[in-house]
Design a protein around this ligand. Structure first.
Ligand code: SAM
Length: 285
């Protein structure tokens, strides 16, 4: 019997990691499982067909993506109950990691259907492994919020986090995200930006938040992992908010002047800092 044969009547759901760029980054076992299973559920069947064609895999593909997760999940569970084996893959990397899959895995556990991992690439681990920040303890935060207010709030809540932070980020939002990192966590906070892992234009940038802002100020392309080091214990960095608070406590300068001064220091817009100052005033009243 093959590894994918039915197990007590039920088939197994395999979560198979696929390449995050370079097609060679797939394990022998992953290729064999994709050949052997009865069905492969893929986030985007057109995208995955390229991988299948490259490796001569002819297993039937069905779509399983964010908006059909519930309905399609039930059909996949039914097939598994009937003894069919199913592999789940996403467009890139490990399924269920910022990708569809979690719901299906939970449903399988509830139904007593075996779930098995076929491990391989994941952008967060690959980025962390080369970024040169501490890997001893880290926190994966998925995608940063798209809206500035929510993003800044989240970053503020993480300003004293002592684990390395790992985020996925869209290229068109990277510059704004880095500006928010600089504003909330200080311009000297160490960051790493890992772009286009395993692809032709792979890039690893390491530096301070201020240096990253300057480096990624123009148009950015490709797929990105952003990593943020914990604050340095010896030299606590002052966020814009803390600087605003300190200037308001220590001087009689009007908020507009403080905002202009800090805007120059942090390389941010004066009106943004002014608004932050008003919000601070509101909170204090
Ligand atoms: N499940 C995937 C994994 O295990 O890495 C992640 C899927 S998530 C929808 C896609 C995000 O992962 C991208 O927006 C980017 O932040 C990151 N990513 C994927 N491939 C990447 C690559 N080759 N280089 C850098 N980041 C990548």
């Amino acid at each position: 019997m093959t590894e994918t044969g039915s197990n007590g009547g039920c088939g197994t759901l395999y979560l198979v990691a696929t390449p995050i760029g370079n097609l060679e980054d797939i394990s022998q076992r992953a290729l064999r499982i994709l050949q052997e299973v009865d069905l492969v559920a893929a986030e985007d069947t057109r995208h995955s067909r390229k991988l299948f064609n490259h490796y001569g895999i002819g297993t039937p593909l069905t779509s399983y993506f964010q908006h059909n997760e519930a309905a399609k999940g039930q059909r996949i569970i039914e097939a598994l109950r009937q003894g069919k084996s199913v592999a789940l893959i996403s467009d890139a990397g490990t399924p269920a990691i910022s990708d569809p899959g979690c719901l299906l895995v939970q449903s399988c556990h509830e139904a007593g259907i075996p779930v098995s991992a076929i491990p391989g690439p994941s952008a967060l681990i690959a980025a962390l492994s080369i970024a040169g920040l501490s890997t001893e303890r880290f926190a994966f935060e998925g995608f940063l919020p798209a809206r500035t207010h929510a993003r800044r709030q989240l970053l503020r809540s993480l300003q004293n986090e002592m684990r390395t932070l790992v985020f996925y980020e869209a290229p068109h939002r990277l510059a704004a995200a880095l500006q928010d990192v600089r504003a909330e966590l200080g311009e000297k906070r160490s960051v790493a930006v890992v772009r286009e892992l395993t692809k032709v234009h792979e890039e690893l940038f390491r530096g301070t938040a201020a240096e990253a802002c300057a480096h990624f100020a123009g148009k950015v392309r490709g797929e990105i992992v952003l990593l943020i080091a914990p604050p340095k214990a010896t030299a606590p960095e002052e966020s814009v908010r803390e600087a605003l608070q300190r200037w308001r406590e220590e001087t009689d300068l009007p908020l507009s002047k403080i905002a202009r001064k800090l805007a120059r220091e942090y390389g941010l817009s004066g009106s943004e800092i002014y608004r932050e100052g008003l919000a601070l005033q509101d909170e204090e009243e």
